[in-house]
Design a protein around this ligand. Structure first.
Ligand code: HPA
Length: 270
């Protein structure tokens, strides 16, 4: 694995015109942040050695290297989901590569279903913690001590300082943000009503099919992580209706400018 990461990082270093310290992973329906990136250099995944290729509808896979709010960033438009059939090593491979390229801070976004009864569709939730319900931990297997510890501490995975800064940015712009615990599940099924209740009971505020593997791997390697979710549907008893991938994308689309604003100012504050 180490050899592949190094190979890919070496390739990217040879083609990238800048050396960003900030990485961004754009979730379902949230790719429009990418349109705000200036001086953009686009690198389709299929041109990058060892990179998996993204398949799911709503994701076009490419790395975008450029400036967001004047700051050098490397953004992933399109991520690799476990439900697509990738194993955890592939799902998290780009994050490993980011670290090797010198990325210190990772911003992740996603669409999720709210299970907190105080949440409304279209609201933003700053992720303060997660519950990993994926069937496999991405760190399972041989540990590469040069990347991070065998048994990583997980008490503050979502950087509290970044959470505080993001809340202040949102308040300044009168953007209503919630905060809460993201439950990561493998999908591809959305939840049954009983499962939504279960996720609430165990301490979740929102549920989705991504983010947790990438965050674990980033944290393992000592990167600072900030996560934000757009609540695209509600798994709250009495409010549960049929949900589709198209609706998830649509709500994401409508709300992404607010998320982009928060992320941009957060990056500028680093
Ligand atoms: N469940 C799981 N993943 C999701 C949801 C949901 O309700 N909404 C968006 N992604």
């Amino acid at each position: 694995m180490l050899q592949k990461i190094t190979e890919t990082a070496n390739y990217l270093r040879s083609v990238m015109k800048t050396q960003p310290k900030v990485g961004i992973i754009l979730g379902t329906g949230l790719g429009n942040l990418a349109t705000q990136i200036t001086d953009a250099q686009e690198l389709p995944y299929e041109t990058i050695p060892n990179f998996p290729v993204s398949t799911v509808e709503g994701h076009s896979g490419k790395l975008i290297v450029g400036k967001l709010g004047g700051v050098d960033v490397l953004a992933m438009k399109g991520r690799f989901h476990y439900y697509e059939g990738y194993d955890m090593a592939h799902v998290t491979f780009p994050v490993r590569v980011m670290k090797m390229l010198g990325i210190e801070t990772l911003l992740v976004s996603n669409a999720s279903g709210g299970v907190n009864p105080d949440f409304e569709i279209g609201e933003l939730m700053i992720i303060t913690d997660h519950i990993n319900l994926f069937p496999e931990n991405p760190l399972r297997g041989k540990n590469y001590d040069e990347l991070g510890p065998r048994f990583p501490d997980m008490h503050a995975v979502y950087d509290p300082e970044l959470v505080a800064k993001a809340k202040a940015i949102a308040a300044k712009h009168n953007i209503c943000v919630k905060e809460g615990v993201y439950v990561g599940t493998q999908g591809p099924t959305f939840e049954t009503p009983a499962e939504y209740v279960y996720f609430r009971v165990i301490g979740g505020d929102a549920v989705g099919m991504s983010t947790v593997p990438e965050t674990i791997v980033a944290h393992h390697m000592g990167m600072r992580v900030f996560g934000i979710s757009i609540i695209t549907d509600l798994g709250v008893p009495g409010k549960i209706v049929e949900v589709s991938h198209e609706e998830v994308q649509e709500i994401g689309n409508i709300k992404q400018p607010l998320m982009t604003l928060i992320m941009t100012e957060l990056i500028q504050s680093l």
